[in-house]
Ligand binder design. Structure first.
Ligand SMILES: N[C@@H](CCC(=O)N[C@@H](CS)C(=O)NCC(=O)O)C(=O)O
Length: 384
């Protein structure tokens, strides 16, 4: 059987453990936070490798090379953090799926919020504090670029100037971004004083989703890292905990390492979701219109790659206008929340709907794009 060592774009260095998957990424990657933490918690052996030149070559071969990507000993590749978690969840009987119907919906919603709901602060705190942390960022981007510091400087200049505004990071939005993020830290911290994870004594999919922004960016870059230490010590501990193989819940005396019983969703989670809704809901409504407009004008072929950013969207949060390039991926994940609710029956569905209504999230439940998004050959693609 051919292995990835025979693949011309495969790695030169074999893993020490022949069973291990190779994870192509770097510590500061946002989306790798989810997949890495998942593999650590589920005991899946992996070894992390510098992403270049492998991902560049993978990008030429399949159309996109992004972090995280994993490669199995038999040469199989999975590109995309959600697909990586989906694969292992399926293989091992869904250990990160909480048993209660509403808990499952909440867990999936946090997965969307993790991937999409904290990207503005993740980008703001990375790119707007050069004086305090430029050397740190440069070190990491240089490692990412295979030691090429000049290239790293160019990439940093490009991302901070051209890419960050696509997420709504502009001088006019700094104040609201910081206010909302500090509110998030306060509310998540309050929850974590009671439970080590979102839904009790073990992590659910939503915890892994939240690790996207909270590890690579907000939990490591010097300025936001300090903010967590000072303003959210329990959140800071959660970030550590999420990257440890054991439950790591010593400070929660006698708490079982299981999900809460009887579909319980704690009040502190309702407060956290209500806070997320402040910008997630108007941004999702505006992105939905922006992407549908783009679809109408561009009519991508069935099977065409679903781009990372399409069209544009403007919305308002507490009097501040925010302008973003909407990302279809938000709706790829949101569709899972919508389907999970749809699959519920009777009082289970009524309970889940009432819970999301209490959090002001109802508006996003009907927002479906005019075209579906699927996956083919490791890419997100437009369906009919
Ligand atoms: N939806 C993907 C997104 C991955 C992604 O965009 N990763 C970034 C770095 S954190 C990247 O590799 N960007 C380069 C690119 O997309 O070409 C996932 O969840 O893995």
């Amino acid at each position: 059987m051919p292995s990835w060592f025979d693949d011309p774009i495969g790695p030169a260095m074999k893993p020490d453990n022949p069973e291990a998957v190779l994870l192509y990424s770097v510590a500061q990657s946002l989306y790798t936070g989810r997949a890495r933490s998942y593999m650590i918690k589920q005991g899946i052996p992996y070894e992390e490798r510098a992403p270049q030149p492998y991902l560049y070559q993978l990008g030429k071969k399949i159309g996109r090379g992004s972090m995280p990507t994993i490669v199995f000993p038999d040469g199989r590749i999975i590109r995309d953090g959600v697909a990586i978690v989906d694969f292992f969840e399926e293989r091992s009987g869904h250990p990160a799926k909480p048993p209660g119907p509403s808990q499952h919906v909440v867990s999936l919603l946090f997965d969307v919020l993790g991937a999409e709901g904290l990207n503005r602060p993740a980008m703001h705190y990375r790119w707007n504090f050069d004086e305090e942390q430029y050397d740190f960022i440069l070190y990491h981007f240089t490692s990412q670029m295979n030691g090429d510091e000049e290239l790293a400087k160019k990439v940093i200049a490009h991302v901070s100037t051209d890419v960050a505004p696509r997420w709504g990071v502009r001088p006019s939005t700094h104040a609201i971004t910081e206010k909302l993020y500090e509110g998030f830290v306060e509310k998540f911290n309050a929850h974590l004083t009671l439970y080590p994870y979102l839904l009790g004594g073990k992590p659910c999919l939503g915890d892994f989703g939240l690790m996207c922004p909270l590890y690579g960016h907000l939990g490591r870059d010097p300025v936001p890292h300090r903010l967590l230490q000072m303003r959210g010590p329990w959140v800071h501990r959660w970030v550590e905990r999420m990257n440890r193989p054991e439950p790591d819940t010593g400070e929660y005396i006698n708490l079982p390492h299981s999900f809460l019983q009887d579909d319980e969703v704690p009040e502190t989670i309702i407060e956290l979701l209500t806070h997320f809704a402040l910008d997630f809901v108007p941004e999702t409504i505006a992105s939905h219109s922006g992407i549908n407009r783009w679809l109408e004008e561009n009519k991508p072929a069935i099977g065409a790659q679903c781009e990372r950013y399409v069209g544009e969207a403007k919305f308002d949060v507490e009097g501040t206008a925010i302008h973003v390039c909407p990302q279809p991926f938000r709706f790829y994940l949101l569709e899972r929340v919508q389907s999970a609710i749809q699959a519920l029956k009777g009082s289970d569905q009524a309970y889940a709907l009432a819970l999301l209504d209490t959090c002001n999230m109802t508006a996003v439940l009907d927002l479906k794009l005019d075209r579906k998004i699927g996956r083919a050959n490791n890419l997100e693609v437009w369906l009919d």
